[in-house]
Every structure is written in structure tokens, then in C-alpha cells.
Design a protein around this ligand. Structure first.
Ligand SMILES: Nc1ncnc2c1ncn2[C@@H]1O[C@H](COP(=O)(O)OP(=O)(O)OP(=O)(O)O)[C@@H](O)[C@H]1O
Ligand SMILES: [Mg+2]
Length: 275
């Protein structure tokens, strides 16, 4: 699906993801008992919830790495997908991928590995001139060109993350799915990454952001799904979702929400304790 098709999806109000009444297991753990949610095309969405809530599991359902044992999952309106085709629509960066990535892979090969959805590139894989040019352009745009020959294990967390973002972008996917993208980055790294993500949204990509860091939700994100203990607590506009009451309930700790320039931040709320 190219961007025209993606825009058509928006016009006809198609969902990127629609899950209905799904039961999802990770190993022997039942993570979701009755999961239903939808994310529309063009609807930048944050999925927010505490550790262990099921956020990453939900992304694995979207990426077709995990299948529900009951219920339906439709992606771009289809319930059957060739995994290769799906990978071209969804650019995914996960913490799992960063942990499992080949330590010896060189920077530019990390980006190019996106063409085969592989970990590192291999001798039998061939790359067209066009693909080589795309990888070089992405490396330039993401500010990682100077690391083309550096091995993955010798990069900082932020540099690794940028390479994996490049890897996710090689097919120019219409939807970008990021799982805790700024974890482990210092403030400059967080802001740079945020800037890049905002540019990608402004260039027409839909962002699905999984996080428990409220402050990393860019202003462009208008919709929030709150999940807790394998249940969707709420799916609503950001304004309605990110309230003192909802977030205090979500994280089981009293918090106060502060909004500045479209960014949300939370602070502990000690007002009860102080009388
Ligand atoms: N490979 C696995 N096998 C069995 N259970 C798992 C596995 N991975 C995760 N779980 C369990 O599934 C539940 C949801 O995990 P998940 O990774 O989706 O949470 P999360 O919301 O992404 O949390 P975090 O914020 O810590 O990343 C947790 O209870 C976790 O212990
Ligand atoms: Mg997770």
C-alpha cells in the first residue's frame, strides 16, 4: 500500500488496526482476556500503560508475531496478511530488536537489513542501486552517516536506535510503530529523536507510540489508549485520556498532569498528604 492508498484509507475511514474480543497468550500467561481496540488510518496514537500492562504484546499482535487464540485482528481492513507485505506497511522499532540485533553489523548494513527484515545483512542478499541510495539517504537524514562502518555494539543506545529507525523506514511505510523509543536516551537524544518523529508525522506517516513516559508523547498525537493489567481502560482523545484521575488510576499513584506547549508531563501529587 503506497501513500495514495493510505490516504484513501483515511478518506473511507479505514482502520489500521481493529482487534475484537481477542484472547492473547504469551507462553502460558494469558495477557489479554477480551481485548478490543481500533486505530484509524492517520490517527496518531499513543498506547500508555504501566510495566507489564501488555503494550509490547499488543504490538506483537499488530506485527503478526503473536496470534490471538480467539477473536479477530484486522490490519488495514484485512484479516489475512503476507508477513512480507505487512512489513512494508508497518515500520516497527522495538526494544527486543535492539537487544537481539547482531553486535558486529556495520551501521549502513543495519539500515539495509530492513529490506530483508533480517538481523544484519548477508552475502546471499542482493541490493539494487536504488536500495543502496535509499539506505544512504536515510543514514544522512538521520544523522548517522558517519557511523556507516561502525559496528552496532560500539554505538551508543541512541545511535543504535537511530539505525533501527532507519531500518524501519527503508520501505517508506505508511505507519510507524515505536515501542518506548526514547528509553535510555539523554535529554538531547530524547529531543532529537522526538524532532525526527515529528518530522515523520508531518511527512504523512501515522505514528503508533507505545510508552509509559507521558512526556515523550508529541503534540501531534491526538488519541490515547490506556491499558492496565491486560485491559483497555480507555481509548479517547488525548485531552480526555491524560487527566489527573485517569493517570493516577492507571499507575496506582496520585499524579498531577501539567501541560506545556502541547506536551504533557506528570508530577507526584502530594496534596492529600499535605492536608
Ligand atoms: N515471553 C513471554 N512469556 C511469558 N509471559 C510473558 C512474555 N513476555 C511478556 N510476558 C508477560 O506478559 C505480560 C505483558 O507483557 P508486555 O511485555 O506486553 O508488557 P508491557 O506493557 O510492554 O511492559 P513494559 O512497560 O515493561 O515494557 C506481563 O505480565 C509479562 O510478564
Ligand atoms: Mg514493553
Amino acid at each position: 500500500m503506497n501513500h495514495d492508498a493510505h490516504n484513501l484509507c483515511r478518506l473511507i475511514n479505514m482502520q489500521i488496526l481493529e482487534i475484537q474480543n481477542a484472547i492473547v497468550y504469551r507462553g502460558r500467561n494469558k495477557v489479554f482476556d477480551d481485548l478490543s481496540l481500533r486505530i484509524g488510518a492517520g490517527e496518531h496514537t499513543a498506547i500508555v500503560g504501566p510495566n507489564g500492562a501488555g503494550k509490547t504484546t499488543m504490538l506483537k499482535v499488530l506485527a503478526r508475531e503473536i496470534y490471538p487464540s480467539r477473536g479477530s485482528v484486522r490490519i488495514y481492513g484485512q484479516d489475512r496478511w503476507n508477513v512480507w507485505e505487512l512489513r512494508k506497511q508497518l515500520g516497527i522499532v522495538s526494544a527486543d530488536l535492539q537487544q537481539n540485533y547482531a553486535p558486529h553489523a556495520r551501521g549502513i548494513d543495519v539500515v539495509k537489513s530492513g529490506f530483508y527484515a533480517s538481523i544484519d545483512t548477508f552475502g546471499h542478499q542482493t541490493f539494487t542501486d536504488d536500495q543502496n541510495r535509499t539506505a544512504a539517504r536515510l543514514a544522512r537524514d538521520l544523522g548517522i552517516e558517519h557511523l556507516s562502518g561502525t559496528s552496532f555494539s560500539q554505538m551508543s543506545t541512541g545511535e543504535q536506535r537511530r539505525h533501527l529507525l532507519g531500518r524501519a523506514l527503508v520501505h517508506d511505510p505508511s505507519t510507524l510503530v515505536l515501542d518506548e523509543p526514547t528509553t535510555g536516551l539523554d535529554l538531547t537524544g530524547q529531543f532529537q529523536y522526538l524532532h525526527t518523529i515529528r518530522e515523520l508525522m508531518n511527512s504523512g506517516k501515522t505514528l503508533i507510540l507505545v510508552t509509559h513516559h507521558i512526556h515523550e508523547i508529541p503534540p501531534e498525537i491526538g488519541r490515547v489508549i490506556l491499558i492496565k493489567n491486560g485491559k483497555v481502560m480507555l481509548q479517547d482523545s488525548k485531552e480526555n485520556a491524560l487527566t489527573d484521575q485517569n493517570l493516577s488510576g492507571l499507575f496506582d499513584v496520585p499524579v498531577k498532569v501539567v501541560v506545556h506547549n502541547g506536551f504533557y508531563q506528570v508530577a507526584p501529587d502530594y496534596s492529600d498528604a499535605n492536608g
